[in-house]
Ligand binder design. Sequence first.
Ligand code: AMP
Length: 460
Amino acid sequence: MSFEDLGLEPSILKAVSEAGYSEPTPIQRAAIPEAIRGRDVLGIAQTGTGKTASFTLPMIQRLSKGRARARMPRSLVLAPTRELAAQVADNFEKYGKYQKLSMALLIGGVSFADQDAKLTRGVDVLIATPGRLLDHFERGRLLLTGIEVMVVDEADRMLDMGFIPDIERIFKLTPITRQTLFFSATMPPEIQRITDQFLHDPARIEVAPPATAAATISQHILRLETKADNVKRAGLRKLLDTEGVKNGIIFCNRKSTVDIVAKSLQKHGYNARPIHGDLAQAFRMETLEKFRSGETKFLVASDVAARGLDIPDVSHVFNFDVPVHAEDYVHRIGRTGRAGRQGTAFMLVTPADGKQYDAILKMLGVKEIDALNIKVDVEPREQRSRADERPRREERGERGRGRRRTRPDREPSSSTREKNAAAPAGDRERPRKNAEPRRRKEESEDVVGLGDHVPAFLLR
Ligand code: AMP
């Protein structure tokens, strides 16, 4: 089946083909014709399945006819984080380039006044995080009675973040005649209740998660005799030099390690840039764009910074550190081998990683991961005596009883993780002592904010 068979208009098909997509994904195949017919859709699909286009394409088609009225947007897309909202906006930009649709983005980091001016002029598409949307609504700057299509994206993530009451409220502010396109990776009872209440005879479309790790990712480890960082860096370079490495993400457990590894790689002539939550938003956005465009070959990342980023086409994932939590291993390696392509994941394993490595094997249900037979030589200038190592580690608070549980340069500890389990991804970057009210939190929730990156349509 091709995109032509889905009932889309030529101008949209042209934009899709220019985006480089020749075949619809399973969710697109099933959802687009139903949505074009005007039916509600309940899509049970996770990121990576092509779900975003499965709602943006039919929306563009529907909205291409008709005109927006002042303060009464014609459609609404709710996303849990501003990063996701910005990605949806990019999709509308990409596929809607031959339509004259107006858009506004109500998310933290984007000027309130500018978006308000757009709302006043009238918008076809309003993309928002729930809290920001209600802020505008409560200020009387917005009416939701003109909504023809409403999308809820990543509903289960909204549930985790405590947005469900907001979602219910927003549903009630929109007309009952609206078309609803609702997406969630899982269907916990609370989400089921919402869909039972607000969707009308939806087409329920469930698609398998994108190819499982085992099928498309070849996994290997490189055993090192010591956990010394200089040896690990030398080991990493060996891995980066292996055949077929087109680009990759290098995962480290700590932000400080991300910085050190990125600097070291740059010094050794590798095209690498760091990404973690303590770096300026503008820098993170620039890094992502350079990585997406291929200008930057290696992204050195922390787990939290990498979560939620849509980065296609990664040939390799490198685990510089064995992740502390086994489930992070699956998230990390899931960055390669997407959409049925072949990917490779490497991990450095030192004698100190025994417990964490065993937990990964257990989770994968395997006895061993293929161990590479690569010899790692450390250049003399990189060698450091044990005596040199010790004070450095103590400086970083890694040894002895005085070790702090949470350090500013660390990813959250497991206790912090539990505490923040319900917090937005970006908030998990650092332990929060006094949680701010949710509305405000949402403004800093994204992992990579817009910073200087303002989607082109906002500048028009
Ligand atoms: P999503 O699940 O919407 O986050 O999309 C995951 C990735 O798949 C994004 O990088 C999309 O650009 C890409 N994508 C969406 N539709 C297609 C398609 N029909 N063929 C190939 N890639 C696609």
